[in-house]
Design a protein around this ligand. Sequence first.
Ligand SMILES: [Zn+2]
Length: 241
Amino acid sequence: MVLVTTIDFLGKWSSNTIRGERTAAIVVDRHTLIECGPHTVESLLDLKIDPVDINTVAITHMHLDHFVGIAEFLWYRAIYNSEDTPVILGPHGLRKNIDSLIKATMTPESFQIKMDVREDVNYENIQQFRANHVIDDNGYRIETSDGVLFYSGDTAYSEEVVKGSEDVDYLFHEMTYTDLQDKEAKFWKHSTVSDVLRVFSESKAVNLVPMHLSVKSLEACREMTRKNPNVISPERKSLRF
Ligand SMILES: [Zn+2]
């Protein structure tokens, strides 16, 4: 039997919202969702992935562009009477914040909200590493049947991220800023092009996929993909390995 890992891209963007872009998120093998920003349900449906078939959600941190879609996701599953309970991974405080969202959105009491929330723990094939952001943020190292990937979440340069992404086949790393925006990157604890290339080199990852882009860093990303065949564009719909 030939096993193939499939990565579907739901979005590649940061919180600097522009028309036509959705926030950074991927689906691994059509059942593990990494990040759950606004409109995640619509993005899944656009890719013909039923949100009911997602059994694991890994959220890196609880900023709006990575997290608020969890309310839509849980509403969808309640409305369509999903019988399964999804595991939801994320940093400390996740359960409390999801409960707050469920309350704040006046979720009808008749809705069966099913979730198995696990904070700051490894789960099955998913290992968590603390990244370096303005709030607690976990990167995830995920082993599939065919290889290993690492998803950084939002982070400035981080030795933990280097450790987590050691020798992976695919490093998905945020690249919110260009080198000319180093000041903003430092202030918000995000990565510039140079920060990302440093992690790529130190981790010895085989391929790099820049994520969580802005208008300027998208231009830089396009340039990087032209120069280096091991830099993979997040503008594609999917990736197989
Ligand atoms: Zn973000």
